[in-house]
Design a protein around this ligand. Structure first.
Ligand code: MG
Length: 159
């Protein structure tokens, strides 16, 4: 089996009057994330890591933010669509690893649910999905709470 790796990154500003959604989990917070879709930066970073590993482009090419179909889209549905395309191209997902950087809110209590959602959407075992959370130690715009950042790595087998 040939193994391939991809990296994904996403950032969104806080400020939307809607729920904060990360990895398909609605999280209690005074504000949600701005964006064309539901702003789920965890799903977006994982999508880009998967697409990167397969050299199949990026989230902006597959789901353009100029397309009304993706306005307020459920990003976990977009993730399932990416999984479908990877399967069609004979790739299997080995694992994904995610780091969320944000000052607020505290994400630790929500990590198990995020892992479960990602594992279910990707059709892989829970032990193949890692989600970690950190603060930016109050440095820079993320540290000032203006938004959050997500880094993701994915490994694929096959093709
Ligand atoms: Mg995004």
């Amino acid at each position: 089996m040939r193994q391939r790796f991809g990296i994904g990154y996403d950032s969104h500003r806080f400020g939307a009057e809607r729920p904060l959604v990360l990895g398909g989990v609605k999280i209690e917070n005074e504000t949600g994330l701005l964006g064309h879709s539901d702003g789920d930066a965890v799903a977006h970073a994982v999508i880009d890591a998967l697409l990167g590993a397969a050299a199949m482009g990026d989230i902006g090419q597959l789901f353009p933010d100029t397309d009304e179909r993706w306005k307020d889209a459920n990003s976990m549905q977009l993730l399932r669509e990416v999984k479908r395309r990877l399967t069609a191209a004979s790739y299997t997902i080995v694992n994904v690893d995610v780091t969320v950087v944000t000052e607020r809110p505290r994400l630790a209590p929500h990590i198990p649910a995020m892992r479960e959602n990602l594992a279910r959407a990707l059709g892989i075992p829970l032990h193949a999905v890692s989600v970690k959370a950190k603060t930016n130690e109050q440095m820079d715009s993320v540290g000032e709470g203006k938004g959050l950042q997500v880094f993701a790595v994915a490994s694929l087998g096959g093709a």
